[in-house]
Design a protein around this ligand. Structure first.
Ligand SMILES: NC(=O)c1ccc[n+]([C@@H]2O[C@H](COP(=O)([O-])OP(=O)(O)OC[C@H]3O[C@@H](n4cnc5c(N)ncnc54)[C@H](OP(=O)(O)O)[C@@H]3O)[C@@H](O)[C@H]2O)c1
Length: 257
């Protein structure tokens, strides 16, 4: 028996930003792989829609309306998880946003908003869930959704790129500190995928032409193409991998553009 299991049965995953886009796709994909879910975001209606899809699949999903930029909201979500006696095996830090502004025009408010949403929230979610994983003693998986923008200078703006690079480094340091608790921490760096975040940009033909010019596979990614890598990093199939960033990028980063 050499083939390790990709199955997530009897595992529970917390996913931030699970109401739409990548987070929604990962939540449904994890449920397909057998997991139960805890779904976080600020929009109750979207969380309830995902919950319905997952319960129709025979899995459970607990939606918790949470603004992950607020430590008090994170604490309340953790309390709810404890009250429900849920053992968390997997955390996906996916919630994120961007305001595309050239560096000379970035305001303090924009900077703080992007930092708080993309990196501060991911650290404090990891700290809280990491503590639960240490306490239950069965280890766990943390997956941080970074970006190609964390490796390469892009037009996505300085604050966004800085948060995504920070996420890659945070992944390594948490992997370094928490390996002894059997917690594997990895990151995924997507290139362009069509979601509500990128829909407008990807409706611009010139913009897409520029993207495809530096993408060896010559196409934009499809959401299911992120689900496989995420299930891999959440499952026993990746048990000896920690601190890594897996770029899901159609080959974009191979030339170090
Ligand atoms: N799409 C791409 O091509 C691409 C490429 C590289 C990296 N990424 C990264 O992938 C992640 C998901 O992106 P996406 O394209 O799926 O974006 P999206 O469609 O805009 O979805 C973002 C999700 O994050 C949630 N969120 C944002 N701020 C939040 C907050 N303060 N508290 C709780 N939840 C919050 C949103 O829910 P609410 O607004 O309802 O709270 C939503 O569910 C982001 O980290 C993004 O940087 C995306």
């Amino acid at each position: 028996m050499y083939l390790p299991s990709f199955n997530l049965s009897n595992k529970t995953a917390v996913i931030t930003g699970a109401g739409r886009g990548i987070g929604r796709a990962l939540a449904i994909g994890f449920a397909e792989a057998g997991a139960n879910l805890v779904l976080l975001s600020r929009t109750e209606k979207e969380l309830n829609e995902v919950e319905t899809i997952i319960s129709d699949m025979g899995r459970t999903a607990l939606p918790i309306v949470t603004d992950v930029t607020k430590p008090s909201d994170i604490s309340e979500a953790i309390e709810k998880i404890k009250q429900e006696n849920i053992k968390i095996d997997i955390l996906v830090n996916n919630a994120g946003m961007n305001i595309r502004t050239e560096a000379l025009n970035v305001t303090e408010d924009e900077w703080d908003k992007i930092m708080n949403t993309n990196i501060k929230s991911a650290f404090f979610m990891s700290r809280e869930i990491g503590a639960l994983m240490k306490e239950h003693g069965e280890g766990g998986r943390i997956i941080n959704i970074s970006s190609v923008a964390g490796k390469i200078a892009l037009r996505t703006g300085v604050a966004y790129g800085a948060t995504k690079a920070a996420m890659i480094q945070m992944t390594k340091i948490l992997a370094f500190e928490w390996g002894k608790y059997h917690i594997n921490v990895n990151s995924i760096g997507p290139w362009y995928f069509e979601t509500p975040l990128t829909k407008e940009l990807l409706s611009n033909e010139e913009y897409v032409k520029d993207i495809l010019a530096v993408t060896p596979l010559k196409r934009i990614g499809q959401l299911p193409e992120l689900v496989g890598p995420a299930v891999f990093l959440a499952s026993d199939a990746s048990s000896y991998i920690s601190g890594q960033t897996l770029f899901v990028d159609g080959g974009m980063t191979i030339n170090g553009f």
